[in-house]
Ligand binder design. Structure first.
Ligand code: CTP
Ligand code: MG
Length: 229
């Protein structure tokens, strides 16, 4: 039996830190709504069968764009929750995937994911017992602050990684994890809370999450150079 791979893109947030009227996943970026870029990479991978997009039940913007280039491979699900974890869990339940299916959960707000990073994740994890995630070793020196925003001490950055997405797990395991531990900011945290150890797959900082207005320019530059897709 060959493995089946699916992607699920939570896109039911508001982008509060972006501070704009339009939810950030729909903000214009390199001539497209931001989410388009991640969908292009995910749908472009021949091993991924279907890309589910989890939208808020109140979303009115999705249907204003033309997604026909992705055909049936793209499946919107109007079942977003109050938090990212809730959106992911609702989406997994609505997708009706089999427990053994691999699912790659990827933020709509990481438009610069490259085909190469995606392939590396699939290749490094397809035979893994747990699954894992793209991540980057921390490069900067880390300071812990006191209440007055003064340096309490310097933390060692050895063995510290910044977690990215996609995060790839078996659907059944991820559903079980998110149902038992709902207050997590990424999928791997829920798996870790079950006592398992997700694998860290080396990525690079180009796959950063667009969070603040100043991140838009960097994403635009990376996408327009076109050498990373
Ligand atoms: N997300 C979601 N459902 C939520 C909250 C977030 O599907 N209730 C999605 C976002 O749309 C985004 C991804 O999770 O694609 C990562 O979240 P984040 O970057 O934090 O986006 P927002 O929550 O929209 O932004 P902010 O935290 O600034 O409000
Ligand atoms: Mg958020």
């Amino acid at each position: 039996m060959t493995d089946s791979f699916y992607a699920l893109v939570p896109a039911a947030g508001f982008g509060a830190r972006m501070g704009q009227e339009t939810p950030k996943q729909y903000m214009p970026l390199a001539g497209r709504p931001m989410i388009y870029h991640a969908l292009l990479t995910l749908c472009g991978n021949a091993e991924i069968t279907t890309v589910f997009v989890v939208l808020s039940s109140e979303d009115t913007l999705w249907r204003t764009f033309d997604w026909s280039t992705f055909g049936d491979k793209l499946q919107p699900l109007y079942c977003g929750g109050q938090t990212r974890a809730e959106s992911v869990l609702n989406g997994l339940l609505a997708s009706e995937l089999e427990p053994e299916d691999w699912v790659l959960v990827h933020d709509a707000a990481r438009p610069c994911l490259s085909a190469l990073q995606l392939t590396r994740l699939l290749d490094e994890l397809r035979n893994d017992d747990v699954g894992g995630l793209l991540a980057v070793p921390v490069a900067d020196t880390l300071k812990r602050s006191d209440a007055m925003q003064r340096v309490e001490h310097t933390e060692s950055r050895a063995s510290l990684w910044q977690a990215q997405t996609p995060q790839m797990f078996r659907t059944g395991l991820l559903v079980q994890a998110l149902q038992s531990i709902p207050n997590v900011t990424d999928d791997a945290s829920a798996i870790e809370a079950l006592g398992l150890k997700p694998k860290l797959v080396s990525s690079d900082t180009s796959n950063f999450k667009v969070t603040y207005p100043q991140d838009l320019q960097m994403a635009e530059l990376l996408l327009q150079h076109g050498n990373i897709k």
